[in-house]
Design a protein around this ligand. Structure first.
Ligand SMILES: Nc1ncnc2c1ncn2[C@@H]1O[C@H](COP(=O)(O)OP(=O)(O)OP(=O)(O)O)[C@@H](O)[C@H]1O
Ligand SMILES: [Mg+2]
Length: 311
């Protein structure tokens, strides 16, 4: 288990002469033993936040602020030091879409061996691979298969097993159920819940607040590069404060309710030239004149919310 503190994190991508601040002054803390969810629409910066914590950003990204993992500052750490002490062993990542990037020409076993080789694993390779495979509920026979010979759900389990092989304290799972059918999605969620029960901290990144609520004690709602609401999942579910959170929750269909879902109209603003006031202003049903002009301050009664309605 890990305590994560993110303080005033900014990640900017340089792209074709422009700068995209994909994560813009984000701060939150998630204590040892808690799992956290990050929710928000496509392009709001969820993966960028996860990649910054795992120190796996692309070369065109620049980072400022502070990330502390169990009190150790990681941004100033060299890549060699981070790989040796943290990556895979403390914080591992299930990358978005990774199940489609398994190498088609190698067996699953070969791909596990490659990971252990890269990380100079001194222990018994065979035993570590077999343990990782059974920890995700797969048969050992999967190891002799090629990626095209196994189903999507099995591939996602293989990817999760790869993230677990060096027994990390925490896994960042970026959209681990997207692109899977609902039954397989439910099986992957059962697996993540079991791993959590066995002591693994999980940072679950998803556009789906429903999935996050199944696993995370804390949730951060991201909008256009910022966390606009953060707090206990239960509290945010029962009593969402930010109009964006309310809209996100209102767009989840519920089987046992006859109430129509309320789709959120419009699109998030450009990250290159974000509006001067609240970034949600154009889509907010409760916007006031002030919201257009002045960026909202963060109100921190319990958790936090970035909205003039909760000044
Ligand atoms: N390597 C990159 N270079 C330039 N811009 C990038 C790069 N990676 C991401 N971006 C931009 O940064 C913003 C945030 O992207 P990110 O992938 O973090 O969003 P996301 O919330 O994970 O989206 P999704 O739900 O679609 O996965 C987007 O505008 C995206 O186009
Ligand atoms: Mg993403």
């Amino acid at each position: 288990m890990v305590t994560i503190s993110v303080n005033d994190l900014v990640v900017r991508y340089q792209s074709q002469g422009t700068e995209v601040p994909a994560v813009d002054h984000v701060s939150f803390t998630c204590k040892d033993g808690e799992s956290i969810g990050i929710a928000g629409e496509s392009g709001c910066g969820k993966s960028t936040l996860g990649l910054a914590i795992r120190k796996t950003l692309q070369e065109n990204a620049s980072v400022s602020g502070e990330i502390l993992l169990d009190g150790t500052s990681t941004l100033s750490m060299s890549d060699v030091e981070f790989t040796k002490n943290i990556r895979w062993r403390k914080v591992s990542m299930v990358f978005q879409g990774a199940m489609n990037s398994l190498d088609p020409v190698f067996t699953i076993k070969k791909q596990f061996e490659e990971i252990l080789k890269i990380h100079n694993f001194n222990g018994d390779h065979k035993q570590a691979i077999e343990q990782a495979i059974s920890s995700v509920g797969l048969e050992q026979s999967v190891l002799d298969k090629y990626p095209h010979e196994i189903s999507g759900g099995m591939k996602q389990r293989v990817i999760i097993a790869m993230a677990l092989i060096l027994k990390p304290a925490m896994v960042i799972a970026d959209e681990p159920t997207t692109a899977l059918d609902v039954l397989v999605q439910a099986q992957i969620m059962i697996l993540l819940k079991r791993l959590k029960k066995d002591g693994l901290s999980i940072m679950l990144i998803s556009h789906d607040l429903g999935i996050i609520s199944e696993i995370a004690e804390k949730v951060g709602i991201m909008y256009a590069g910022q966390i606009v609401e953060f707090g206990s999942t239960e509290e945010i579910y029962k009593n969402p404060k930010h109009p964006y959170t309310i809209a996100l929750l209102g767009s989840i269909p519920k089987l046992n309710e006859t109430k129509n879902i309320i789709p959120l109209k419009g699109n998030p603003p450009s990250l290159v030239n974000p509006p001067t006031g609240c970034r949600f202003y154009d889509r907010c049903s409760q916007a006031m004149e002030k919201c257009k002009i002045e960026p909202p301050k963060i109100s921190t009664k319990s958790g936090f919310v970035m909205c003039w309605l909760h000044e």
